[in-house]
Design a protein around this ligand. Sequence first.
Ligand code: 13P
Length: 350
Amino acid sequence: MKSEILQNTIQKLFATDKGILAADESVMSINKRFEALNIPQTIENRLAFRKTLIATPELHNYISGVIFHDETFRQKIEAGKTFAQYCEENNIIPGIKVDEGLADFPNFPGEKVTMGIDGLRKRFEEYFTLGARFCKWRMVVDVKTSTDEIIELNSRNLAIYAALAQGAGVVPIIEPEVMYDGDHTLDECREKMSFVLTHLFGDLALYRVDIKNVILKTAMTLSGKQSLVKAGSDDIANDTSHILLSTVPENIGGVVFLSGGQTPTEASLNLSKIMQHGPYKFPITYSYSRALQDPVLEAFSKNTADTEGIRKIFIDRLNMNTLALEGKYTLENETGLSSHIDNVTHSQDL
Ligand code: 13P
């Protein structure tokens, strides 16, 4: 019964040519993005921005699911209707970020552990009742500085979270985010990702997580943002596709990419090239936050009331990523509406 619910969710999430919108920035994270664009950091503005995104007409043609943060999950998109109810009515699956962010860990300066295992079982029960059918938990890995010990601790928590999620009928997205920030090379990134993913899938097996009902959310294999030698999109696609084939079990529910601080055009181009390496044994799509939202947020900062204009930009970006899923995106496809941004905004909690 639970397994049927989980399978049904996965099938809908990986509907052909649709992506998953990550709109689950914590209050702190979205406030930082607002601050950078001089948008007042109020609950009203967070709600207004997310309403503008989610109530975009025809969103369901591009997006199969939305990951929300707890604050939004409890808000109403319109009188008498929660975001989750609205999504359900519009053929979009509501999801919830359930980790409680990152914390320092004694004796490992600079490293972060993901919090939120305590009380998680109860929280899942409530989120299921409120309509959540999938969820996300994110750990972060720095290519050069993360130690094996902290990776192992975070990875074990991801496996425990995944087991609890499945027990509650909620599909777990497991997100070991290997950070783009840093001056590492493409080779160093590939090596770290290989270690992280191999370890993580070992833990999932250890805790008997049903792999066909799991979604992996991963970064692409990239040279660091501050690296002097930047890898090109062909090498990025080659290495990313190789990592997927060598570390991800074939029977996994699916794989989604985060954008990680790439510009919107980079994220579309790299995705398109990765898709050209297919077909893969498992479904693949994108689950971007910044690469979808940054141009939209910039427009919102200029005139919060221009809902129609803001949504045009959003739809334009979604169109580009639909092309990318088909492996057909090139920079020539850009209309200019959503390709230019002044800055890539701050990442989710660091
Ligand atoms: P970005 O696409 O901005 O990396 O965000 C995706 C995400 O969900 C990070 O946890």
